[in-house]
Write a protein that binds this ligand. Sequence first.
Ligand SMILES: Nc1ncnc2c1ncn2[C@@H]1O[C@H](COP(=O)(O)OP(=O)(O)O)[C@@H](O)[C@H]1O
Ligand SMILES: [Mg+2]
Length: 331
Amino acid sequence: MNESFLELPLAVLLVQSPLAGEFFPTLGLPLPPGTMSPAAYFAALDNGVLEDLALERDSLVEQFTDYLLLLSTLGKGRTASRLESITILGGHDKSGRREDFSLTVRPGEIISLVGPTGSGKSRFLADIEWLAQGDSPTGRSLLIDGAPPDPGLRYAIDRKLVAQLSQNMNFVMDLSVEEFITMHAESRMVEDIPGVTRSIISLANELAGERFSPDTPVTSLSGGQSRALMIADTSCLSNSPIVLIDEIENAGIDRKRAVRTLVDKQKIVLMATHDPILALMGERRLVFKNGGIAAIITTSDAERANLKLFEEMDAKLGAVRNALRNGERIE
Ligand SMILES: Nc1ncnc2c1ncn2[C@@H]1O[C@H](COP(=O)(O)OP(=O)(O)O)[C@@H](O)[C@H]1O
Ligand SMILES: [Mg+2]
């Protein structure tokens, strides 16, 4: 826990940790004004009030820090373990034809989305991200654990159900990789910020083809490097149980490893892809046509056997690509 949280105005702290304010009434203390930091509040507490409540100033700071830490770990456990399934109920395609399906997905499963450009794959991911309730252009709706989700979840930043790995990472600030990840880790209130930052950067480096150092500016990362960084970041810092991936293939990273990294964390992964190796990683794949799901195919044993073959071919092609890059002859 970073001590500087004690210096933030309570209103800011409440955005990151909505239950933080419960600490004060629980102990019988008056609620600090939103503009005041907990540190200033504890320092200004009247001796008489402290005596009446049998509290000590110094241990209050410690208790409050522990309380915030507990909240951050509780939040993680709660979101991750509470979700047992998501169910997507069919809507209609672009021509208004009803989609006849209901799809239930559980943590650890990969579902791939295939279909030509414009067939509605990104739209489907957007329906999930928005927890659609028949109120998107497709008319689809989403159930969480078999029931419509709490409407507040759409806006709950701290309990976000869905993390999206989007096609382009636009970095707005010119920070170094280390500063960027540290900032994110701080906002997540993780305990060992330098340790987490280090492991995210090293995981990203394993996933990316070309290595980068912690002091590389984020704006000068290649597409593949920034994608690898976002995947490592999502897998280590996001407690969202659902991960959406839109077209990962052109990024020049260890795609299969990246997807495995996410699934190992018991997340639900929905992935739009044209890449046969990624598509066949899914237990099932949704076939999109004209904005609707035209079929749901379960990956067969024969297809899994083929996947092995494709992987060997891919490894060979990869070696050729490397050789080309190094100026060798391909003979
Ligand atoms: N069921 C639908 N009803 C109406 N519009 C749709 C539907 N599905 C997709 N669209 C729209 O069609 C366009 C192409 O879909 P998109 O999801 O971007 O395709 P893809 O990602 O497969 O290339 C988008 O503007 C999207 O909003
Ligand atoms: Mg798309």
